[in-house]
Design a protein around this ligand. Structure first.
Ligand SMILES: C[S@@+](CC[C@H](N)C(=O)[O-])C[C@H]1O[C@@H](n2cnc3c(N)ncnc32)[C@H](O)[C@@H]1O
Length: 402
């Protein structure tokens, strides 16, 4: 029985269902959230847990209620500003007169409206953004386009003045932007909601971390077939296609990174002033997790609550591009959890992002030492499905880089 009074088998069955329908990964770190969501949704509908979990198999509206509760909408305006700046400087000028961008897994809309502000501000005449999410609540909020003053804090003042206007105690996105952002409900486990080739740039940030490996591979494969030229794919800072696909190549855009469809690398990448392509195998910027996963789910692998909250602080700082604050947080984590390889890996990644190559290298070396001397069974468990060998290979590559 879980703390919410759900039998373990019922919880596991609901987890499997979400895996089959949405590709969501079920593991101990999301069990608590799923358990609470099941209990709350059943109570809201005045149903017994057993009845509710049986009915969600066949009744999409009942399942949607659970999806709306269990998905995580963490996001912000201008999240990962370094990457957005790289998009603005290195990608946008080469997109031509017609720009179509898909914000996949857009959460409550801060990402698509951020892109809309960048596009409107760039002077491109013909631009559109499509915003999709599997959560109907998130889609509703995106359509409403209304945000608290705290939520819009990350919008630069000149863009705030131009593209947001007061609405009661809140702010709302101006109509001129909203009419160019189409919003719809879409599950990334299904085919993209547009004709193949219609969109050439997708922002699919901070959602792979919630998906099972097979769902990630299937999604990336679909994107490779659906995306038109120039085929840019932006992931979250800690997500990676390392060992996932050969269809996309990692491209350095100034100090940030994105993926690019290999078939269309010839045109825009060669036009990029400071872009350098690299194959995924030689990808030197690695995720906060060895492959694919990172930030939001990483805290639970670390032991105590203080470390978990520091990891969350560090990841928030990385997302905000504040490498100095991330380093401070991850240093504390490494102090609190010296035997946890991820503590040192996180620290290394933050140091690397800040440009302190020597210190990053030291942190990677410590991570490798800790990992190599660990009891592999224990370490394997703490990595939640990631092979020790994978992580060792990754650290070896990082250490061999320079
Ligand atoms: C952490 S938010 C990321 C928001 C935004 N992309 C960003 O980086 O700030 C993750 C979003 O993914 C959505 N999501 C999770 N699984 C999904 C799926 N199978 N299809 C579409 N969206 C999904 C969630 O509803 C949530 O809004």
């Amino acid at each position: 029985m879980t703390a919410s009074g759900i039998p373990k088998e019922t919880l596991a069955a609901a987890g499997r269902l979400l895996g089959r329908r949405l590709g969501l990964r079920f593991n101990p770190s999301i069990a608590g959230r799923l358990s609470r969501s099941l209990a709350e949704e059943a109570a809201a509908l005045d149903l017994e847990i057993a009845t509710y979990t049986r009915r969600i198999e066949d009744e999409p509206t009942l399942l949607q209620g659970l999806v709306d509760r269990v998905t995580v909408q963490e996001t912000s305006f201008f999240r990962d500003p370094g990457q957005l700046q790289a998009f603005r400087t290195h990608v946008l000028p080469h997109l031509g007169p017609t720009v179509r961008i898909w914000s996949a897994a857009c959460s409550n809309g801060q990402e698509p409206y951020t892109l809309a502000m960048i596009l409107a501000d760039s002077g491109v005449a013909d631009w559109r953004v499509m915003a999709t999410d599997v959560s109907t609540r998130a889609v509703e909020r995106t359509r409403r386009a209304r945000y608290s003053t705290k939520e819009v804090a990350g919008v630069p003042p000149h863009l705030r003045a131009r593209y947001l206007r007061p609405s009661g105690a809140d702010c709302e996105v101006v109509g001129a932007l909203r009419e160019r952002v189409s919003v719809r409900c879409h599950n990334l486990a299904d085919s993209p909601p547009f004709k193949p080739g219609e969109f050439g740039v997708v922002f699919c940030r901070n959602v792979l971390i919630y998906l099972e490996d097979e769902a990630i591979s299937a999604l990336i494969d679909r994107l490779a077939r659906w995306l038109g030229p120039p085929g840019w794919l932006f992931l979250g800072y800690s997500e990676s296609l390392w060992q996932v696909t050969d269809a996309f190549a990692l491209a350095r855009l100034g100090s940030a990174f994105a993926y690019r469809l290999r078939d269309s690398t010839a045109s825009a990448a060669s036009a990029l002033p400071s872009a350098a392509s690299a194959s995924p195998g030689s990808a030197r910027r690695t995720p906060a997790r060895p492959a694919r996963r990172g930030n939001a789910e990483s805290a639970p692998v670390l032991g105590g609550a203080p470390a978990r909250s520091l990891v969350a602080d560090g990841e928030a700082a990385m997302n905000a591009g504040d490498h100095a604050a991330a380093i401070v947080a991850f240093r504390k984590v490494a102090y609190l959890e010296p035997e946890e390889p991820f503590s040192h890996l996180h620290l290394g990644l933050a140091l690397e992002a800040s440009g302190d190559v020597a210190a990053a290298r030291r942190a990677f070396a410590v991570a490798r030492t800790v990992l190599a001397r660990g009891d592999n069974l224990t370490v394997e468990a703490s990595l939640k499905g990631y092979g020790v060998d994978d992580l060792l290979r990754l650290l070896d590559r990082k250490l061999a880089e320079r």
